[in-house]
Design a binder for this molecule. Structure first.
Ligand SMILES: Nc1ncnc2c1ncn2[C@@H]1O[C@H](COP(=O)(O)OP(=O)(O)OP(=O)(O)O)[C@@H](O)[C@H]1O
Ligand SMILES: [Mg+2]
Length: 272
């Protein structure tokens, strides 16, 4: 697959958009700083996400977690630093749509499913918006497309509800459908910001299973406050604080870290 992107001089060149993660790292952030009116929301942040890794990012309110995702997806451009997708793709040279096209999907907290359409139609639309505009609803899907949709329905646990209108799904089911819509684009990296907010315990458990099942095939970065949930999925946890990495390791390791205990002191989230 080729992408047209602008190079540093502003010209257009064609690059091979296949991601080179041959060193085992899919995403590199190095020395990244972002200031808003002189306040450093991200302060010399360096972070590496492994190929196929499931990483949890935790940290107090205002630590810079969402801003970090904004940088990766091109919504916010940093003042300094390097952001690379694999060895060769400089994300700072790409705009938001280009970053999405090369395989970085982001799930926002509020689901953006199209409520009047069925679960199946939402997935069809996510597979190819352009095709939909040409009248996909009346066009036969290819066998391969049908298979991909079936696999995603199964993955998100909504096979039996494929014909149901998205608007009447339960909160958790809508969130899973949205993850399914991202999966239709076959992203290499998925960014998920606070996925279990507002979910029932049963929905949280199912979401943990779903995210765990994605690791390996995809790299997944999950920002979450709910420590019970983090415990159920996390392999490696990064604690952000004041726009920097405060600690990194297993959840047990970071929870035992005096620096982390200090930052979370008096914070309800640390009580677990
Ligand atoms: N567009 C912006 N303009 C000005 N300040 C901003 C902007 N975006 C974020 N900030 C500030 O940057 C800091 C980091 O915000 P961010 O939303 O990344 O934190 P967070 O870790 O996601 O917090 P939370 O856990 O509450 O979601 C905050 O102090 C926030 O007020
Ligand atoms: Mg946030």
């Amino acid at each position: 697959m080729s992408e047209l992107i602008s190079d540093i001089e502003g010209g257009i060149r064609t690059v091979d958009a296949s991601v080179d993660a041959s060193h085992g790292i899919l995403l590199y952030l190095e020395g990244v700083t972002v200031s808003f009116d002189g306040f450093k929301a991200i302060d010399n942040l360096s972070l590496y996400i492994g190929d196929g890794e499931l990483r949890c990012i935790i940290g107090p309110n205002g630590a810079g977690k969402t801003t970090m995702m904004d940088i990766i997806t091109g919504k916010t451009k940093p003042d300094t630093g390097r952001v690379f997708f694999g060895q060769t793709i400089d994300l700072l040279q790409l705009d938001e749509p280009a970053i999405a096209r090369i395989g970085i999907g982001r799930k926002f907290q509020k689901p953006t499913v199209i409520e009047p359409l069925s679960v199946l139609e939402n997935l069809e639309l996510a597979m190819s918006g352009a095709k939909y505009l040409r009248g996909l609803m009346t066009t036969r899907l290819t066998g391969e497309e049908r298979e991909r949709i079936g696999a995603v329905l199964e993955r998100i646990g909504l096979s039996d509800l494929a014909q149901r209108q998205a608007g009447i799904l339960a909160h958790g089911q809508k969130q899973w459908l949205e993850i399914g819509m991202l999966l239709m684009q076959q992203p290499r990296l998925l960014l998920v910001d606070e996925p279990v907010a507002g979910m029932t315990p049963a929905e949280m458990e199912r979401t943990a299973e779903l995210l765990n099942s994605l690791a390996g095939e995809h790299s997944v970065v999950v920002v979450e406050h709910d420590m019970g949930f983090v415990r159920s999925i996390a392999d490696k946890v990064t604690v952000l604080h004041q726009g920097r990495v405060l600690a990194e390791g297993t959840l047990e390791e970071v929870q035992a870290d005096p620096k982390v205990i200090e930052v979370y002191l008096g914070d309800d989230h640390a009580a677990h």
